[in-house]
Design a protein around this ligand. Structure first.
Ligand code: E4P
Length: 217
């Protein structure tokens, strides 16, 4: 399973990238706002840092302007995936940009039928938002399972990019279901390494080691 980092914070991306954990990056208008940076400038910087896809989202709501924005974003670098919302105009934009050879990430997906349409429109990635479904008492993971079955039934190549990841359990559950990618905030990816028994075990080893009076270096 691939890990994308869901942030426009270049320092956080660099830290995870040094460990080889970053297969791609996703951003959205809210994350750009949080970064306080210019979208074109920060996206270009991120594209230069990693080899994998970097999602940059259009903000127009109609097809004509979405296409113009998408083409402008696509020019930033070869690894741009233009992110479009799962609306009728977004799907039209997805079809056009995909036919032009641009990767498209269709975002704000909340149903299996929406995911089916995105695949038929040629999306490279579909982004179902698990956490936001969980927030309203709908099982987000069930949506990932449903999309996996549908895409496998018809051999769609669109990758399932599980988004709105809030917990470490979301990550392992998505891996069990067979999501192609999870995009998670940096803190969730860092928390994957944590376990209280690891901390307790290490503390006990260190105490015993001190009693030996030995040194390795
Ligand atoms: C995905 O591409 C989105 O940027 C993101 O996962 C949304 O997550 P949120 O629901 O925590 O804002």
């Amino acid at each position: 399973m691939k890990f994308f980092v869901d942030t426009a914070d270049v320092d956080a991306i660099a830290e995870l990238n040094d460990l080889g954990f970053v297969d791609g990056v996703t951003t959205n208008p809210s994350l750009i706002m949080k970064s306080g940076r210019d979208i074109l400038e920060v996206t270009k910087e991120i594209c230069g840092m990693i080899d994998g896809p970097v999602s940059a989202e259009v903000v127009a709501l109609n097809y004509d302007d979405m296409i113009k924005e998408g083409r402008k974003l696509a020019k930033i670098a070869e690894n741009i995936a233009v992110k479009v919302p799962l609306t009728w105009d977004g799907l039209k934009t997805c079809k056009t940009l995909s036919e032009e050879g641009t990767m498209v990430n269709v975002t704000l997906c909340f149903s299996a039928n929406q995911a089916l349409l995105a695949a038929k429109a040629g999306a490279s990635f579909i982004s179902p938002f698990i956490g936001r479904l969980d927030d309203i008492n709908i099982d987000g993971l069930q949506l990932i399972e449903d999309i996996r079955v549908i895409y496998d039934n018809y051999a769609y190549e669109t990758e399932i990019l599980a988004a709105s990841i809030r917990t470490v359990n979301h990550v392992s559950d998505c891996a069990k279901i067979g999501a192609d990618v999870v995009t998670a905030p940096p803190n969730v990816l860092q928390n994957l390494a944590k376990h209280p028994l690891t901390d307790q075990g290490l503390e006990a080893f260190m105490k015993d080691w001190a009693k030996t009076g030995q040194k390795i270096l």
